[in-house]
Design a protein around this ligand. Sequence first.
Ligand code: LLP
Length: 438
Amino acid sequence: PRTARRGDDGVISIAGIAATELADRFGTPAYVIDEDDVRRRARAYREAFSQAFGDIGTMADVYYAGKAFLTSHIARWVVEEGLRLDVCSGGELAIARKAEVPGEAIGMHGNNKSLEEIDAALAYGVGRIVIDSFEEIERVAVAAAKHDLRAPVMLRVKLGVEAHTHEFIATAHEDQKFGFSLADGQVADAVGRVLAHPELELLGFHSHIGSQIFESDGFEEAATRLVALQLDVARTHGVELPELDLGGGFGIAYLPSDTPLEPADMAQQLARIVKTACDDAGVAVPRVSIEPGRSIIGPGGVTLYRVGTVKPVQATDDLVRSYVSVDGGMGDNARPALYAADYHAALANRGGADDLVATRIVGKHCESGDIVVRDINFPADVADGDLVAVAATGAYCRALASQYNHVPRPPVVAVKDGDARVLLRRETIDDLLALEEE
Ligand code: LLP
């Protein structure tokens, strides 16, 4: 089922509520999230991974990567559907705590976690901390000693795998900040140091190769290298590491032409990959975890905007492009400006003319890079007052939103069974003014 569909009257509805009604009730711009879609995707991951990894004789845990978008409601939805929660800051941990996510169902990430963040995570009893640096090994050991516990940890490894995605969201190549490098013996060093700390319990290795990935070959490479590392540890230290984390990064359809892998196919591919790698290396198949964010929360999100101006621009000698300005933009969706990300949009309050013209949908911010949809053929008669719906904005849009130009951030409205409720209210200019000291 699709989150947004156009009715016979030409009006787009989102999870069963007309865009016109949503705009009247909640104003624009507004993020709308289809709760059933999020729950369905979470459930599909859990079922597919339990099944596929059960078939190879092990277990799989699916952590929802909260960085994609987290409120306490969303934390509850995914946990109710059987997922765990990956948090990457003290702030995300606080949301998890507010949602009463059990500590053992939480994993903590980040490349420079402060002692305070680690301390808060251990105090809450998180199930694991993924360590990203030598300094963090010491910080986790200090905090664990303070709480008189043995902290379950994983080591994040930089594998040197190419992920075929935008440079800024690829994370396994050498020249970037995440993880211990495999290349120069850092991983072996880190293993030695963790094993030397009685306050630390090494669960295994972690790798996240990047984001918005459509092919499984990067994961194959990653799993093979991680399993080889496990074998190394078994030989060198006589320790069998019980877990393996392959990270997140599964791509979603932003455009109608995108065809992402389904969780069931992905689960089967990854299970086959892990099994083959373990069999080849002669090690027992570990418990496996993954951390999808975007592919759970992204597709069910739609942003509703209202059109303000329409301006024909002579873009090149032979192209007149229609610039359609809406009442939001890079403040609520930084991804086109940050990653040259593409989105799909539709006129939402009516069908519009059959005549389509080359259009760029832009925002209201003071930058020419403030683009919502770079290139789209849009009804020629779009005008001031029309509504525009942009698809697949559930991930990394509200999460990355800013108040640039002192434009307050839009509300997040969840729709389920024909009911709409506000998860996050619209920010006001008073909220912004309230930060100023006299
Ligand atoms: N696990 C780790 C360790 C991560 O760093 C990330 C994302 C994920 C899981 C979840 O990845 P996902 O399944 O959502 O692709 N702001 C960028 C994406 C940054 C991803 C950061 N890490 C974007 O809007 O494309």
